[in-house]
Design a protein around this ligand. Structure first.
Ligand SMILES: Cc1cc2nc3c(=O)[nH]c(=O)nc-3n(C[C@H](O)[C@H](O)[C@H](O)COP(=O)(O)OP(=O)(O)OC[C@H]3O[C@@H](n4cnc5c(N)ncnc54)[C@H](O)[C@@H]3O)c2cc1C
Length: 446
């Protein structure tokens, strides 16, 4: 049986959330109706939604780190996206637009701080204008609220130091600390009777060996989940939300390993406090449709700091936040994957540019100066980093939309994997929770 939570392992998360710490210390059991693997914002939002809908069932959430939401959910830009960019009708578009509304309502209800500081997507060259206008049309199709196109004079009124010839104004965009939001989901889950176990790295999901499938126990709880230390629980159904490890979690339950996850590290710069007056709200470039996640942006943070960037370079370690972080398995895994080889070959120039900007701050600042010419290299400092779980198919295409799937057979048919939960999954998290809960209900007949 998995050991119960120790106070130490939960202290940091619980310190901000005293109720969570108290409730999480309850004794856990060894059998559950549903186990959720992965305590990032997606796993927590989904576990919360499921237990609120099915209070009579037993739930457990298993997280490998000592604290919840410390990876992508704790290393991101902190933007509440409004849903402009995404292909109309895609899951990304639908879940982001609904998710943003739900996120604001949730923060209001729980008293979590956020700022609706808006966002300008700024065209600085004439050739970007048609793409900006197309983006506006797309946002309107996606039902994004309050969008408008503004001219150079209006840009200056909103952002006095920003140079641009035209911008898409999205006042509904905001900022929040997504980790705080995720911890609040965890608190809701625990208060509703769910169990959370941290420091528990799941490395096996298989048919239960203790109770043969024919026995009464085996019939009721046919799936066994083991962690690295040999602890185990049995359950009826499993949902994995493994972020940077979603492909490996899928593989250990006998499901497909593809799409593969390739980690891309993004390094931020931070603006020196005396220069904060240069930026009021979010300022974004017009995205390159081939690389929607590239392009540096200016992002105010809830703590008052201002982050600039990030770039995007291949990380040599999943969940490796420093330039020299290296893991042999992750490295070989990524480079031996045909999909990555093809992506790299097709985009050598872009890749080198991103690496160059990661090393030379002044090159990154040069890009930023296109939007705010007053910024100089001496105004910035190196800041934190995040690692993005980028799903790739075998042909080297970036998998853009959310992907959820399960498998077949005794284990596979009882497992649902969140394979790809790219940005803006934090914004979309409550809507993702609703959608996965619907999917779980129809697949698993809860
Ligand atoms: C640089 C960057 C900037 C971003 N900016 C934004 C933004 O501004 N707005 C926005 O909406 N989105 C943003 N995103 C996207 C968003 O942060 C992610 O899409 C979201 O956090 C994904 O949540 P998750 O729960 O799927 O993954 P994660 O937060 O990575 O959680 C996965 C969890 O699974 C756990 N896990 C993995 N393997 C195991 C195992 N074997 N056993 C147990 N536990 C396991 C991990 O430890 C982790 O806690 C950004 C992402 C990045 C990287």
């Amino acid at each position: 049986m998995i050991r119960t939570l120790s106070g130490a392992s939960f202290r940091a998360a619980g310190a901000a959330q005293p109720g969570l710490l108290k409730d999480a210390r309850r004794q856990i059991h060894s059998t559950y109706d549903v186990a959720v693997v992965g305590g990032g914002i997606v796993g927590l939002a989904t576990a919360r939604e499921l237990i609120l809908r099915h209070p009579a069932l037993s739930f457990i959430l298993l997280e490998k780190e000592k604290e919840l939401a410390v990876h992508q959910s704790g290393h991101n830009s902190g933007v509440i996206h409004s849903g402009i960019y995404y292909t109309p009708g895609s899951l990304k578009a639908r879940l982001c637009v609904r998710g943003a509304t739900l996120a604001y309502e949730y923060c209001d209800k729980k008293g979590l701080p956020y700022k609706r500081c808006g966002k300008l997507i700024v065209a600085v060259e004439q050739e970007e204008v048609p793409r900006l206008k197309a983006l506006y049309e797309r946002g309107v199709k996606n039902n994004v609220r309050d969008l408008s196109i503004i001219d150079a004079k209006e840009i200056r009124e909103r952002e006095p130091y920003c140079r641009g010839i035209m911008a898409l104004d999205s006042p509904y965009t905001g900022i929040v600390d997504w980790r705080l939001v995720a911890l609040q989901y965890g608190k809701d889950f625990v208060e509703a009777g769910g169990e959370v176990v941290t420091d528990c790295e799941v490395n096996d999901i298989s048919a239960s060996s203790e109770s043969p499938p024919g026995s009464a126990e085996g019939m009721k709880y046919p799936i066994e989940i083991r962690d690295k230390k040999g602890n185990k629980v049995r359950c009826r159904y499993v949902l994995t939300c493994g972020g940077l490890y979603s492909d490996r979690l899928s593989q250990i339950s006998g499901c497909s390993r593809e799409p593969r996850i390739v980690p891309f590290r993004g390094d931020y710069l931070v603006l020196r406090p005396e220069k904060h007056y240069l930026v009021k709200g979010n300022i974004y470039p017009v995205p390159d449709p081939r690389f929607p996640f590239l392009g540096v942006h200016f992002t105010p943070r809830m703590d008052g700091s201002i982050w600039l960037g990030p770039n995007a370079v291949l990380a040599f370690k999943r969940e490796g936040y420093r330039v020299y972080d290296f893991n042999a398995r992750d490295f070989v895994d990524a480079l031996s994957f045909r999909g990555l080889q093809k992506l790299v070959l097709r985009n050598v120039i872009y890749g080198i540019g991103e690496m160059y900007r990661g090393i030379f701050t002044s090159a990154q600042v040069k890009l930023l100066q296109k939007y705010i010419p007053e910024i100089s290299p001496s105004d910035v400092l190196r800041g934190p980093s995040g690692v993005r779980a980028q799903a790739l198919d075998r042909a080297g295409n970036l998998v853009d939309d959310f992907v959820f799937d399960g498998g077949v057979g005794e284990v596979g048919s009882r497992v649902l994997h969140v394979r790809n939960a790219p940005s803006p999954a934090a914004t979309s998290s409550l809507a993702i929770g609703e959608m996965i809960a619907d999917e779980v209900e129809s697949r698993f007949a809860l």
